[in-house]
Design a protein around this ligand. Sequence first.
Ligand code: AHM
Ligand code: MG
Length: 347
Amino acid sequence: MFTHKPIRRFITLGQFIIERQTDFPFAKGELSRLLRDIGIAAKLVNREVNKAGLADILGDMGETNVQGEDQKKLDVYANEQFINALRSGGECMAIASEENEDLIDIDSAVSKDAKYVVCMDPLDGSSNIDVNVNIGTIFSIYRRPEHISGPTTIDDFMQKGVEQVAAGYVIYGSSTMLVYTTGKGVNGFTLDPSIGEFCLSHPDMMMPKDGAIYSLNEGNHLHFPDGVKKYVKYCQEIDKSTNRPYSSRYIGSLVADFHRNLIKGGIYIYPSTHKSPKGKLRLLYECNPLAFIAEQAGGKASDGFNRILELQPTSLHQRTPLYIGSVNMVDKAEEMMRVYSAETANQ
Ligand code: AHM
Ligand code: MG
């Protein structure tokens, strides 16, 4: 007798966003359209990332960004693609990008009723572009605060991470994935190149509460706070009951290190150092969005002492130390910071 195998149902990112729209009783589809626009830009950037070795797009542009770091051509391309997608989508009123010194106001007829602002790091891990190692995009979406009206100002962006309505990242790697949250769990979508769609591949992602991977730039060891030095030593000690020693893995692309730890369990640390008392990473573009995802997946994100999502931003390009990953590992690192580095808490 002829039997039919059940046809596996693919859920594309677009379908998923529409299905989940009902999670927001007051939403009229604006946030869904905004996420859709980000998904489209991600596909365009993915196309260029995949041929970066071939095209003239690879390499230094000979310019530096606002943080004084080398800007690669692909950074510029990604920045432009995301800005263009958000500008033409009509739901975004302003953008703050790691690559632009000032906020980008979207003042167009199509965006006149827009209510959302977007923070983004269009191409994270840029030092890995030339060497064919994973890079990513990180984004974060806020609604304009009720008490603010008139033209967009920096005040629209000075919201704590707890106010995010959505956040996500794209990882360009052996396969390209988009992972996002709207505060109702975390879902991951893998780009199927044959149909050009992100398809739901990792529903309801949860971060293991414990892990056996620690991830930080040990080249800076001498400059770490004592609490971090003690935590690294703890990771390296032998103790079978807690699976130690842990493995050290550091890709140098925050998105890639975070993504691995999200799936396998682990901790990523970019602490304050003597050279950079506020660390390297940016609160708005990198730390808040990943902290939102980490918490939604059952993980934790801290600056060593305080919850990342409760830090009050005071400037667009503000930096903060970051301890993020499996909850028990972040708890342990925080404990070491409290015991050995309490004096750095208020720096
Ligand atoms: P970027 O946004 O300019 O790429 O910088 C952020 C990156 C992170 O992705 C990565 O974890 C970190 O910087 C690596 O820095 P370092 O080389 O100091 O370890
Ligand atoms: Mg970055």
